[in-house]
Design a protein around this ligand. Structure first.
Ligand SMILES: Cc1cc2nc3c(=O)[nH]c(=O)nc-3n(C[C@H](O)[C@H](O)[C@H](O)COP(=O)(O)OP(=O)(O)OC[C@H]3O[C@@H](n4cnc5c(N)ncnc54)[C@H](O)[C@@H]3O)c2cc1C
Ligand code: FES
Length: 337
């Protein structure tokens, strides 16, 4: 698992707002990156001696592959976002996993009229998609709708203004909670301002990313307006709650052997394989802990139930790889990292 990480060197930091910063990275050997707009990378960050793993969507475009950028927003009380914003500078290297994720144009059903709807740090994959679609001159119309608290909270404001200036097929709208300017829509996203901005939804594709309540509003409004939900795509940055974790395991448990690490332990039926491996001291990496990032994959022999296989290839699934954060044992297991 450790070998999947490659050091990326931070080459630049750009403070976007009071609580969001863009960091640019390159590889040590200057070789190009290979990724799809909308994908993320997972960093390994040493915070006071503890290794932490967090996923960050790339805000850069794959059409300029010599570097990548992530844009990180401070989460109040958050361990890694605050650490990176306070300490990460040009010249510092961070181990990162290869880009992954399914929230991309290529992996989804998409029409030529694209609504990129985001709020807060959720702007990052949408920005990457917009940059890539425009830079590669795809025949699409993009309407970029961004929600923020105030004008000062608009992340990548000057880049958005430049795209708006440069491309006829790029339309930009801001919905701001606090504004007196007629240039912006005042308030939060609702049926009135969305209808004003997008009078006709038929034939459009929505990619949305932002805080959970924001995405719930986007999804509800889309459904209420009869949107074709096959063309609705969303990305969540916040780990889903482990709903089954606290349920009674009915006394059912299995044996797990991790031969590479000399571990032999018991797993109860409702515990995730990731939690059990961590508790047993197996050096597995859990990042999103919600079946999104692929960091926790491992190979199992035995019978399991999995709720997500995102980022795993058909070949890996055939070989027995699972996402341990989204997997529970239904028999004794042998696990390899
Ligand atoms: C696929 C993916 C892509 C992501 N892309 C980005 C990105 O481009 N930019 C970015 O800034 N972040 C992004 N994130 C979120 C990021 O991985 C971290 O979760 C975030 O930086 C918070 O980490 P932390 O260590 O500071 O907070 P933690 O110490 O992990 O959490 C502190 C508290 O904040 C809550 N919390 C965790 N994450 C969030 C969040 N995003 N918003 C609100 N509350 C939260 C936790 O539930 C906890 O209560 C992404 C996450 C995923 C899964
Ligand atoms: S930790 Fe991200 S998929 Fe399991």
């Amino acid at each position: 698992m450790q070998s999947q990480f490659e050091p990326l060197i931070c080459t630049k930091r750009i403070d976007e707002t009071a609580d969001a910063t863009t960091f640019e990275f390159k590889k040590l050997d200057d070789s190009p990156f290979d990724y799809k707009a909308g994908q993320f990378i997972t960093f390994e960050v040493d915070v006071a001696g503890e290794l932490e793993y967090r996923a960050y969507s790339l805000s850069s475009t794959p059409s300029k592959p010599q570097s990548v950028a992530v844009t990180i927003k401070r989460v109040i009380g958050g361990k890694v976002s605050n650490y990176l914003l306070d300490h990460l500078q040009a010249g510092i290297a961070l181990p990162a996993m290869p880009p992954a994720g399914e929230f991309t144009i290529e992996n989804n059903q998409v029409s030529a009229d694209i609504l990129l709807m985001s709020a807060g740090s959720g702007i990052t994959p949408c920005m990457s998609m917009a940059r890539w679609l425009l830079d590669t001159q795809q025949k699409v119309n993009i309407h970029f709708i961004y929600s923020a608290r105030s004008e000062a909270d608009i992340i990548m404001a000057s880049d958005l203004a430049m795209l708006n200036e440069q491309y006829d097929n790029f339309q930009l709208s801001f919905i701001l909670e606090e504004t007196e300017s007629a240039e912006f829509i005042k308030g939060r996203l609702n049926v009135h301002n969305l209808t004003q901005l997008v009078p006709e939804v038929a034939g459009k594709t929505i990619f949305t990313c932002g805080p959970t309540p924001y995405m719930q509003v986007v999804e509800t409004l889309a459904e209420e307006r009869g949107f074709d939900m096959a063309l609705f795509h969303k990305e969540s940055f916040v780990p889903k709650v482990e709903e089954k974790q606290e349920q009674n395991d009915n006394g059912v448990s299995y044996q797990v052997v991790a031969p590479q690490h000399g571990k032999n332990f018991t797993i109860t039926a409702n515990k995730t394989l990731l939690n059990a491996l961590e508790e047993a001291g197996v050096p597995i990496v859990g990042a999103c802990r919600s079946g999104v990032c692929g960091a926790c994959k491992c190979k199992v022999t035995g019978s399991v139930e999995s709720t997500s296989r995102e980022t795993l290839t058909a070949k890996q699934i055939e070989q027995g790889y699972v996402l341990s954060c989204s997997t529970r044992a239904t028999s004794d297991l042998v696990v390899e990292l």
